[in-house]
Design a protein around this ligand. Structure first.
Ligand code: GUN
Length: 279
């Protein structure tokens, strides 16, 4: 193996310690409401990890576990209550929601200054123009991982595979803010491998196991794997074929232990920011 492994676990632990120290030093009272609807097992794991991180940082977490049959009106009513609750600085509604619920309407109901996911359209718009309080957690975590390599983004060829609202699009924007030359690839991209091979920084957010192979990677590139795919054998696997890509890349994130823990650490950071904005 030639690539350096980017240790998301260690870097996320450092961010959480920083958040914990900041809360203690400034004697902040910080609360995060986490809403989960239904019993999706992956969502349950994520929510438990978010609660654990809150506990570590000294953030009070309030869990609202609602049954799968919850109606749109009931969910919106809860969001209204949390918007008005002074103990709640951040509101996170775990996605995906059950099919009968309108995710977009729920997100838009969250008060933008409690929207610690940065999913609300006013926060998304603020990211576009570079005037933001919150960065979306996963792209912000990816940026931290890229910074940890010491590789400068400015002037580099950056390729993002995937154009979701949660990861691909905001990721492209953050790389652009740091003066990367950014290309966003998707299912209609011609000669994807060729485009990816140009990348000094390659971010894979496709949601398909082992999608990125060694022939798609420029020697020495920084490879960030956002994928968390569960295989039939129960094992977690990224979007990047780690064994072969790590022979070519200069830097690579593992799955698990790469981007995943960073998302939660950045959520902690956003929650403190939310508390400061509201004070
Ligand atoms: N589901 C998967 N990732 C996320 C996330 O970052 N935030 C929320 N709210 N739901 C998710």
């Amino acid at each position: 193996m030639s690539a350096n492994i980017i240790d998301g676990k260690a870097i996320s632990a450092a961010v959480k310690e920083q958040v914990r120290d900041e809360i203690a030093r400034d004697k902040l009272t910080v609360g995060l409401a986490v809403v989960i609807v239904g019993d999706d097992p992956a969502s349950r794991v994520y929510v438990n990890n978010k609660k654990k991180a809150c506990e570590f940082c000294g953030i009070k977490s309030y869990e609202y576990a609602l049954p799968a049959e919850t109606t749109q009106e009931e969910l919106l009513e809860l969001v209204d209550t949390l918007n008005a609750d002074k103990n709640v600085n951040g509101i996170l509604v775990q996605l995906p929601l059950p099919k009968h619920l309108d995710e977009k309407a729920v997100i838009e109901r969250i008060s933008p200054n409690k929207d610690v996911d940065a999913f609300h359209e006013s926060n998304v718009g603020r990211i576009m123009i570079g005037n933001y309080s919150f960065l979306p957690c996963t792209p912000a975590g990816c940026m931290e991982l890229i910074h940890s390599t010491g590789v400068e983004v400015a002037g580099k060829e950056c390729v993002v595979i995937g154009r979701s609202n949660i990861v691909g699009k905001p990721m492209a924007m953050l790389l652009l803010h740091e003066n990367g030359t950014v290309t966003v690839c998707h299912s209609k991209t011609h000669d994807l491998a060729e485009v990816c091979r140009r990348a000094d920084i390659l971010v894979a957010a496709v949601g398909r196991p082992n999608f990125v192979t060694a022939d798609m990677v420029k020697p020495g590139a920084v490879v960030i794997d956002v994928g968390i795919n569960r295989l039939d054998n129960g094992k977690l696997c990224g979007d990047v074929k780690f064994d072969e890509v790590s022979e070519v890349a200069g830097w690579i994130t593992p799955v698990p232990g790469g981007v995943g823990p960073m998302t939660i650490a950045m959520l902690m950071r956003n929650t403190v920011t939310a508390a400061r904005i509201q004070k």
